[in-house]
Design a protein around this ligand. Structure first.
Ligand code: SF4
Length: 207
């Protein structure tokens, strides 16, 4: 089973609680006004990775960083690739990791709509950040989301809302060997992520 991916960052402290293995999927049909990840809309962008390869990379990272807390799925629209991400999330959970997933859909839309694999993916998610980024609702007072319409849903008891939402937004800046800079994370000044290469190694956000 294949995934279309823009970037994989194997260990970041800015995309959810603890250190996390993050996957920015490529492709989003929603085209929300104000979205600051427009270069992740194109379903032909990025590159393809098999879920098996991704699981292998996760295992390799876990061997190097056993304190990895979870995976984070964002994009792009993760639920447009829900079947493959459900499989990856199931594997991650089997390795003891938590799953934090973003979506431009509301939970009600995901639960009631005909999105293939949505129910399966929701069944693997510990925390869902749901709803599109809306420019007119811009608000950085909560961690990891950029507009006040977005809702956190605690789908399991793995995290407690108070502690989870008490985290502070962070930005990571990485200087690559070739001299380019990769950013990810959230901050009030962060109007536009520095989305860079399409090699699925390093990357920044959508919200
Ligand atoms: S805000 Fe999210 S759901 Fe909306 S267009 Fe951007 S990536 Fe897609």
């Amino acid at each position: 089973m294949m995934l279309r991916v823009n970037t994989v960052r194997e260990d970041t402290g800015s995309e959810g609680p603890g250190h996390r293995f993050c996957v920015w999927v490529q492709g989003c049909s929603r085209h929300c006004p104000g979205c600051f990840a427009e270069d992740l809309w194109d379903h032909q962008g990025g590159c393809e990775l098999s879920v098996d390869d991704l699981c292998g990379r996760l295992d390799a990272r876990l061997a190097m960083a056993p304190t990895l807390e979870g995976i984070t799925l964002l994009g792009g629209e993760p639920f447009e690739q829900a079947e493959a991400l459900a499989r990856f999330s199931t594997y991650a959970r089997s390795r003891g990791l938590s799953v934090f997933c973003f979506s431009g859909y509301t939970l009600e839309e995901l639960e009631s709509g005909p999105i293939p694999g949505a129910v399966e993916l929701l069944g693997q998610v510990d925390v869902l950040a749901a709803g599109p980024y809306l420019r007119d609702e811009r608000d950085f007072s909560r961690p990891w989301v950029g507009s006040r319409n977005q809702e956190f849903h605690f789908m399991t008891d793995r995290y407690e809302a108070g502690g989870f939402l008490g985290a502070r937004n962070r930005v990571e800046v990485r200087l690559r060997r070739d001299g380019s800079v990769a950013l990810n994370g959230m901050a009030a000044f962060f109007d536009r992520p520095a989305m860079g290469d399409h090699a699925p190694q390093e990357k920044g956000p959508d919200r």
